[in-house]
Design a protein around this ligand. Sequence first.
Ligand code: NZQ
Ligand code: ZN
Length: 388
Amino acid sequence: MLGNFTYCNPTKLYFGKDALDGLNEELPKYGKNVLLVYGGGSIKKNGIYDKVVAILKANGKNIYEDAGVMPNPTADKLNEGIARARAAKVDLILAVGGGSVCDYAKAVSVSVNCNDDAWDKYFIRFEDVTCDIVPVGCVLTMVGTGSEMNGGSVITNHAQKLKIGHVFGENVFPKFSILNPEFTYTLPKYQMISGIYDIMSHILEQYFSGTDDNTSDYIMEGLLRSLIHSADIAVANPTDYEARSNIMWIATWALNTLVAKGKTTDWEVHMLGQAVGAHTDATHGMTLAAVSMPYYRHIMPYGLKKFARYAVNVWNVNSEGKSEEQVACEGLSEMEKWMKKIGLVMNITDLGANADMLDGIVESTLIMDGGYKVLDKKEIKDILKASL
Ligand code: NZQ
Ligand code: ZN
């Protein structure tokens, strides 16, 4: 049975080859001072920076730059960005990049007018926003996180060995996001497939929970089928527009809050992956891929019915004459085969983790209670050991 919920997603999307024209519609809504936030320079190489700056100038904006947002943005960088945004008295933060840049922009946006330490307030104490929020807009260049249409913001604190996400409310969602699938063509294959698995993981985190007959589960099976199909095409031909645009759209729907409404969700794979990330600084989607199979094999007996349904409806496993357990196992084997085929990293050793780090990673792993099995620390360690 669907639980009670409210649903509102205020982000306006501009999608397609001409999506960047949407900036001309959006910019007049905001004041003159724009903080242009971006990463390590990919947007300068592929020409997106020049296009965005030309539109900002044509709209008479004062451009203040905040470059060098790293993958897995840090608390230290966040403090630097807050200071820059304050100094520039920004009216709009324009994030041009992937999830890291969008997440970072949101974290800056809720901290500019707040005196508390941002890391402590939002990522340790999980407090609500109590100050004026600077609006954020996104031009997305890397697909996977869904940050373009949600309130998520994940920040890493290397000194504390923590990587934590805060899910902010609708007032922190980007006001608008520009989604041009062609902007993702220059992504290295490693990043593209990492993003593809991030999408798959977002869907599975919301799918493998609960026993209700929930419409969301049918939607998610459809999203997964389309993702697997389009991913195979994009891996073979990265400039296949249809496949890249489908993947971009699936990523947005996987985590723009819709499919989680009225149902329970898990998110333990993300907690494990984020803990691995906190200790290795590895690429987000790869950390999820590396822990997923040991985790799902561990919890499968507790959610057998759903795993069997997943095998049949997503991986086309023929269930005739087989036990539920056999079907569920075959589904996970098909998933594992596919993950290897597209080139995902399947163990945390390849991401820089080793046996000596396991206790620390266990300590950094938050335990969620929405999945088929609430893990204890020993189980977390066993799963991480099996992921080495
Ligand atoms: O920094 P630049 O030079 O731009 O290079 C980036 C970066 O090295 C590169 N890149 C991006 N677009 C490109 C490109 N290279 C060539 N051509 C392009 N068009 O890709 C690299 C990775 O970018 P990043 O933004 O880090 O990737 P992603 O989008 O996967 O974001 C990862 C971050 O998002 C968080 C993750 O934890 C991680 O910190 N997440 C955010 C979520 C949310 N807001 O809801 C949920 C997710 O589960 C996730 O946790
Ligand atoms: Zn993710």
